[in-house]
Design a protein around this ligand. Structure first.
Ligand SMILES: [Zn+2]
Length: 312
C-alpha cells in the first residue's frame, strides 16, 4: 500500500503547488506522511458533514478543493469549527489535502473540467501560466468555442444540465436570444477577470459569485460599445448591423460550489491512475497501489432554498 507522502507527491504532480495564486496555501493540511492510504474521499468543501462521511467510509485521506484555513492559525482547539474538523480528522486517522488555485490552473483542473463539460473546443487559459514542464496550456480560466453556435438561453440550459443540482440554478445577464459561440469560463469566483474575458472576445462568461455593480457596469459598457459599433457600421457592406449591435459579453452566474464540483469527474480518474503509474511496481504490483475513490454527494452550497419566479 502507498503512504500519504507518496500520494501527496502524485497530487502535487497533477496539481503543482507552484500554480497556486500568491495568497493561497494549498497542499497537505492534516496527516501523518507515513500513514497508509488506500481510500480517498473527495468534496468541494471540508465541512464537518463531509468529514463525518469520509470517516464513516473509512477514508485515509480527504481531498477538497476549498481550504480549511485562509488565515494564520493560532489554535486548533475544538471550540471552533475548524479546530473541531482538524481534531476529527486526526482522531479518525484521515489526512486532508487541498487542491485550490493550483487545481484551478492545472490541466484537467477545475476550469478545464468546466470548459470540457460545456463542450468547448480550441481552449486556452484566460490567464496563461508559463510552465516549460507542462504538456498542455495551464492557467486560470478557459476560453474556447462551442462546436455549434447556440443562443444565450440554450447555453444557460446547458450550464444547468452539466452542473450538480443546487437550490438556486443559474442567473443570466444578457439578451437570451443573442447568438453564442465563444465562451469564457472560470470555476469559482470570477469577477476579477472581466478584462481578460473582454480581451478574449468571449460572447459570454460563465462563472460564480458575480455581483451587482461589476456586472451592471460591464453590461452598460458592452451595450454602449455595441451602439457605437452599429452606428459606425451603417453603410459598411462588409459587416452585419445586427451582429455589431450585440452587447458582449453576457454573463451566466452559477452557484460557486457547483461550478467547481465538475472537476472531481477528472480527479476521480486521474488520481488513482497516476498513483498506479508511479508506484504500482515499486509497491508490489498494481493491486497494492490501488486507491479507492469516492465523491461526496453532499451539496455544500450554503444557500439552502430559493424563492421567487423560476423559468424551470
Ligand atoms: Zn472556489
Amino acid at each position: 500500500m502507498v503512504n500519504l507522502s507518496q500520494v501527496v507527491s502524485v497530487l502535487e504532480t497533477l496539481y503543482p503547488l507552484r500554480y497556486a495564486e500568491e495568497w493561497d496555501e494549498p497542499g497537505l493540511i492534516v496527516g501523518d506522511p507515513f500513514a497508509r492510504v488506500s481510500k480517498i474521499y473527495c468534496a468541494v468543501d471540508p465541512t464537518e458533514t463531509v468529514v463525518d462521511e469520509a470517516l464513516a467510509w473509512g477514508a485515509d485521506l480527504l481531498v477538497t478543493h476549498h481550504p480549511l484555513f485562509f488565515r494564520s492559525v493560532h489554535t486548533v482547539a475544538g471550540s471552533g469549527f475548524r479546530g473541531a474538523i482538524v481534531n476529527k480528522l486526526i482522531g479518525g486517522h484521515c489526512g486532508l489535502w487541498v487542491g485550490h488555485t493550483n487545481a484551478d490552473s492545472a490541466h484537467r483542473g477545475v476550469s478545464e473540467a468546466l470548459a470540457d463539460a460545456l463542450g468547448l473546443v480550441d481552449q486556452v487559459p484566460l490567464v496563461p501560466l508559463s510552465d516549460d514542464a507542462a504538456k498542455f496550456p495551464v492557467g486560470l480560466g478557459r476560453v474556447g468555442n462551442l462546436a455549434e453556435a447556440t443562443t444565450l438561453e440554450e447555453l444557460a440550459h446547458s450550464v444547468v444540465s452539466v452542473l450538480p443540482p443546487t437550490e438556486r440554478g443559474v442567473d443570466v445577464a444578457g439578451d437570451l436570444s443573442m447568438p453564442v459561440h465563444r465562451v469564457a469560463v472560470l470555476g469559482g469566483s470570477g469577477d476579477s477577470l472581466f478584462d481578460e474575458v473582454r480581451a478574449s472576445g468571449a460572447d459570454v462568461y460563465v462563472t460564480s459569485d458575480l455581483r451587482h455593480h461589476p456586472v451592471l457596469d460591464a453590461r452598460q459598457q458592452a451595450m454602449r460599445e455595441a451602439q457605437l459599433r452599429s452606428g459606425l457600421s451603417r453603410g459598411d457592406t462588409d459587416s452585419s448591423p445586427e451582429d455589431s449591435g450585440i452587447a458582449r459579453p453576457a454573463f451566466i452566474n452559477t452557484p460557486h460550489y457547483a461550478s467547481e464540483k465538475v472537476w472531481f469527474k477528472y480527479a476521480l480518474e486521474d488520481i488513482p491512475d497516476a498513483v498506479i503509474a508511479r508506484f504500482g511496481e515499486s509497491e508490489g504490483g498494481v493491486d497494492a497501489a490501488r486507491i479507492e475513490m469516492r465523491l461526496s454527494a453532499t451539496n455544500t452550497d450554503p444557500f439552502t432554498a430559493h424563492f421567487g419566479p423560476s423559468r424551470g
